[in-house]
Design a protein around this ligand. Structure first.
Ligand code: GUE
Length: 301
């Protein structure tokens, strides 16, 4: 039996439709600001994709493209301006940053109520405390995809391969909050296959092409491929491959493709987070109580 392929775009469209409907009920259209430093081709292409999608669903968006040589002080000054601007609802600083800028300093500087990446330590802490406000886009998009396809998370054994702060760690928290039994494996894990074979839900987020092979997968498991690896074929053509070997489709029950799986969910969730951030900010200004928002909703009171 071949795995059911879970295509991202139709599910992303459902998430975007919901976000657009919520945006239309706000007093002003949500405004996302994306900051990119330098000209890394992958970053340029991702940022272009995010801005295009924002425009398609009718959100306001602004891209600040700063030169490679931008100093940390200059970037922090821009973030400070954006934090103070009531017309800005969401701020995303595209990663990775050039070596002269400390990522942690930047992530600490973004107003947690505008932190649509969910990377500020306050949002990270709230997530791990089980009171999520703004949650990282790729993990939240994966949770939406699982729910959309009726994948049972509560009680399931989930194994995540990869422990990055973009994906592995926050996804572990979200799955735990949804009552899964969670294991986080990584490059130092002994007998990785024995660990992954236990998984009802297996998430590959290691950045290692073809890492997950069929014998590492429990028959019928749901396999989520977060890998975005650019490889060049013998003919010299560049293309994207995931962390999951194609033959896993013969063993898994459900499988996300690369491209066209998790990537589009990430972008959709970023825009949903922007609407969420705008809702939080308007609720604080008009003193409307919003449930399930944790400390972030109360910061400005
Ligand atoms: N502050 C920050 N937040 C991020 O969320 C963030 C980041 N920095 N830095 C880089 C990673 C990577 N990332 C992707 C988003 C969409 C696709 C995506 O749409 N992928 C398409 C294909 C795109 C292509 O062809 O290149 C797909 O999988 O179908 C991929 C990767 C967000 N990231």
């Amino acid at each position: 039996m071949k795995a059911q392929i879970l295509a991202g775009p139709p599910v992303a469209a459902a998430l975007l439709a919901d976000a657009a409907a919520r945006a239309s009920r706000l007093p002003a259209l949500p405004h996302l600001v994306i900051v990119r430093v330098g000209d890394d081709p992958a970053s340029v292409s991702y940022v272009r994709g995010k801005a295009r999608k924002a425009g398609e669903v009718g959100l306001r968006n602004t891209v600040h493209a700063l030169p490679e040589a931008t100093s940390q002080a200059e970037l922090l000054a821009l973030i400070d301006t954006l934090n103070r601007d009531d017309d800005v609802n969401g701020i995303l600083v595209q990663l990775p940053l050039p070596a002269q800028i400390a990522e942690a300093a930047v992530l600490h500087a973004i107003d947690p109520r505008k932190d649509v990446d969910g990377f500020h330590p306050l949002n990270v802490g709230e997530l791990w405390a089980g009171r999520p406000a703004l949650t990282p886009c790729t993990p939240a998009g994966i949770m939406y995809l699982l729910a959309h396809h009726g994948v049972q998370v509560a009680g399931a054994r989930a194994v995540i391969v990869g422990r990055s702060h973009l994906v592995g760690r926050p996804l572990a928290a979200l799955l735990l909050n949804a009552d899964a039994t969670v294991t986080v494996a990584h490059s130092r894990t002994c007998d990785l296959g024995a660990v992954t074979r236990e998984a009802d839900i297996l998430i590959a987020a290691a950045g290692c092409p073809g890492l997950i092979t069929p014998e590492m997968v429990k028959p019928g498991a749901t396999v989520i491929d977060v890998g975005i690896n650019r490889v060049v074929s013998i003919e010299g053509k560049g293309h994207l491959v995931g962390d999951v070997h194609p033959d896993v489709a013969d063993v898994a029950g459900m499988l996300t493709p690369v491209p066209g799986g998790v990537g589009p969910m990430t972008v959709a969730q970023l825009l949903a987070n922007t609407v969420r951030a705008a809702e939080l900010q308007h609720a604080v200004r008009s003193d409307v109580a919003l449930p399930e928002t944790g400390v972030v909703g109360e910061l400005a009171r």
